[in-house]
Design a protein around this ligand. Structure first.
Ligand code: ADP
Ligand code: ZN
Length: 206
């Protein structure tokens, strides 16, 4: 099974992605994580990506599509994968359809008003877990691995607004794209715990 996970920044894609990949044995591919690793490692891709990410814009399609195409050519994805953060515009979706067979698109729908607070209150861990300050009770370390939590550099109010605008303009049209292919499944990510959102997804995936 090959899945595309769709949702605005702050919709909870990353959280659901780890749960889905674990339960269904899918390889989790996050373009955001790939870019952040490249920035950390000081690679040429990282250097290109950083200015776009800091501005809340999309990294150019040539760069992003190439990364995903190469990643999907590796052997470990043969048993199924989940794309988190790709595609992010109609061009990327069209390219993806040239080199991949997507079975289903899960759209995590969250009320716009919630997103800003969610992202600005987000704290993340190097292990991939993310938290919201409202449920941390003052803790500054990861409940899963004990490492210190930190705030993503692009989780600041200015960049967040630009990311939300980019989402509305470029990514939201993908909902119709996948609906037209009869691949769209929408779950409600606005209320309920991450486990409750996950239960909705499992109910739809079987
Ligand atoms: P979020 O969904 O919370 O915004 P991501 O980790 O998915 O976070 O992405 C962070 C940033 O990485 C995006 O704002 C964008 O600049 C860049 N990025 C990630 N995926 C893509 C993509 N498919 N195409 C272009 N840029 C991307
Ligand atoms: Zn951790």
């Amino acid at each position: 099974m090959n899945i595309v996970l769709l949702g605005a920044p702050g919709a909870g894609k990353g959280t659901q992605a780890s749960k889905i990949s674990q339960k269904y044995g899918l390889v989790h591919i996050s373009t955001g994580d790939i870019f952040r690793a490249n920035i950390k490692g000081g690679t040429p891709i990282g250097k290109i990506a950083k200015s776009y990410i800091d501005a809340g814009k999309l990294v150019p399609d040539e760069v992003t599509c190439e990364i995903v195409k190469n990643r999907l050519a590796e052997d470990d994805v043969k048993g199924g994968y989940m794309l988190d953060g790709f595609p992010r515009n109609l061009y990327q979706a069209g390219e993806l359809d040239k080199f991949a067979n997507i079975d289903i698109c899960i759209n995590i729908d969250v009320d716009k008003a919630l997103l800003l607070d969610r992202i600005c209150g987000r704290r993340v861990c190097v292990c991939g877990e993310s938290y919201h300050i409202s449920t941390l009770n003052g803790s500054t370390t990861c409940a899963k691995c004990g490492k210190p939590l930190y705030r993503r550099e692009d989780d600041n109010p200015q960049t967040v607004q630009a990311r939300l605008d980019t989402y509305e303009e470029q990514t939201a049209p993908l909902i119709e794209y996948y609906r037209a292919q009869s691949k769209l499944v929408t779950v409600h990510g606005g209320k309920g715990s991450p486990d409750e959102v996950f239960a909705q997804i499992c109910a739809r995936l079987g």
